[in-house]
Design a protein around this ligand. Structure first.
Ligand SMILES: [Zn+2]
Length: 318
C-alpha cells in the first residue's frame, strides 16, 4: 500500500468505507469484538472511514438495552466510528421501495407455501409460486437465475475473499429463490443488508465466516437493485474472519452463554483479540492504554496474517 505513514495524518481515503453492523440481540462477546476490531483496523490502516450500523429489524429477537451496551463497549475499547449511526429500524421505507422495484421488474414474487412443504424441500426452494400470482398474506421471494437458458452463468456468483480465498456458490442449485420479506412482514436480513451497504456506499466488508454463505445472495441482490435503478453495480471487497469457538467447539454466542467482555480489561481484550487475529502484538503492549495498542495495531495491521481456518478457539477466559 505504501500509505502506512499517512495513517496518523488527517488524510482520509475516500475509496474505503467499512462498517460494523451488530444486531441488538445481546452484548458484544470476544467473537464480536474480533469482528469489530478487524473491520476497524482494516479501515483505519487504509485511512478509510468506519461506519456503524445497528441491525434492529427483528424486534422479537432484540434484547432491551443491548444497543446502549454495545455502543459503550465499542467506545470503551477505543473503536470510534465515523458519522451518524444508521439504525435499520429507520429504513423500512427504503426496504419497501426496493421490494416494490424488484416486484415491478418481475424478479420478486409472492409465496404462500406452508412450512411443511418448505421443510419437505430440504432448504432449496423449487420456484413453485413463481407463476401462481399468490395474493393473500404472502412472503416475498427473489427469483434467482435458472440453470438452463441464457441466464445460466448469472446463477454462479464468485468472489475473492481477502481471508478465505476464492469463493463460489451457485444460487440456483445451492440456494434457490430466497425470502426477502417474511410472511410476518419483517424484512429479511439479506435484503436489508444489501440495501444498506449500497446506501452507505460500503466498499469493504470484514465480518465472520458464518456469513460467507449469505454473501452471494447479497451480491446478487445488489446487482439486481443497481441494474433497476441504473446505478453502476458496486464492487465490494469481502474478508470473512474465522469464528471464535468455545471449548466445546461451538460458536461463541448468547445462546451458548459466551462470557461478557470484562469491563476494566479493555487493554487485555484488545491484546487478546490482536493475538487471535494473528497480528503478533508484542507482550509489553498488553498493559498499555487502549490508544497505544490501537496505534500499534493500525500501523502493523496485516490481514494476510489472519488464519484461513474456519474456527479458532477463543482465549480461555472467554
Ligand atoms: Zn410458494
Amino acid at each position: 500500500m505504501g500509505s502506512k505513514h499517512l495513517v496518523k495524518t488527517a488524510m482520509t481515503n475516500a475509496k474505503y468505507i467499512g462498517r460494523f453492523a451488530p444486531s441488538p440481540t445481546g452484548t458484544l462477546h470476544f467473537g464480536s469484538l474480533v469482528c469489530a476490531l478487524a473491520s476497524f483496523l482494516d479501515a483505519r490502516h487504509q485511512s478509510g472511514r468506519w461506519l456503524l450500523r445497528i441491525e434492529d429489524i427483528d424486534p422479537p429477537r432484540e434484547i432491551a438495552g443491548s444497543t446502549t451496551t454495545i455502543l459503550r463497549q465499542l467506545s470503551d475499547h477505543g473503536l470510534s466510528w465515523d458519522g451518524e449511526i444508521l439504525y435499520q429500524s429507520t429504513r423500512t421505507e427504503a426496504y419497501r421501495e426496493a421490494i416494490a422495484a424488484l416486484q415491478s421488474a418481475d424478479i420478486a414474487y409472492n409465496c404462500d407455501c406452508p412450512r411443511q412443504r418448505l421443510t419437505a424441500l430440504g432448504g432449496i426452494y423449487d420456484g413453485h409460486c413463481r407463476q401462481r400470482k399468490v395474493i393473500e398474506k404472502p412472503a416475498i421471494r427473489l427469483q434467482v437465475p435458472t440453470e438452463s437458458g441464457a441466464r445460466e452463468s448469472e446463477a454462479t456468483i464468485r468472489f475473492d475473499d481477502l481471508i478465505m480465498g476464492h469463493y463460489i456458490q451457485n444460487l440456483c442449485s445451492e440456494i434457490g429463490d430466497f425470502i426477502i420479506q417474511r410472511r410476518d412482514l419483517l424484512f429479511s436480513y439479506q435484503l436489508a443488508v444489501a440495501v444498506d451497504d449500497q446506501f452507505q456506499n460500503i466498499s469493504h466488508i470484514i465480518r465472520g465466516v458464518d456469513l460467507i454463505y449469505s454473501t452471494p445472495r447479497q451480491i446478487y441482490l445488489q446487482k439486481c437493485l443497481t441494474s433497476l435503478s441504473g446505478d453502476k453495480p458496486p464492487t465490494l471487497t469481502y474478508g470473512h474472519l474465522p469464528m471464535a469457538i468455545n471449548a466445546e467447539g461451538q460458536k461463541l454466542s448468547k445462546q451458548n452463554h459466551a462470557a461478557a467482555l470484562e469491563v476494566g480489561k479493555e487493554s487485555q481484550n484488545l491484546w487478546l483479540a490482536l493475538q487471535w487475529l494473528g497480528q503478533q502484538p508484542p507482550d509489553q503492549l498488553k498493559n498499555e492504554p487502549i490508544n497505544r495498542i490501537l496505534d500499534w495495531a493500525i500501523d502493523n495491521w496485516s490481514i494476510s496474517r489472519i488464519s484461513k481456518q474456519l474456527s479458532i478457539p477463543a482465549p480461555d477466559q472467554y
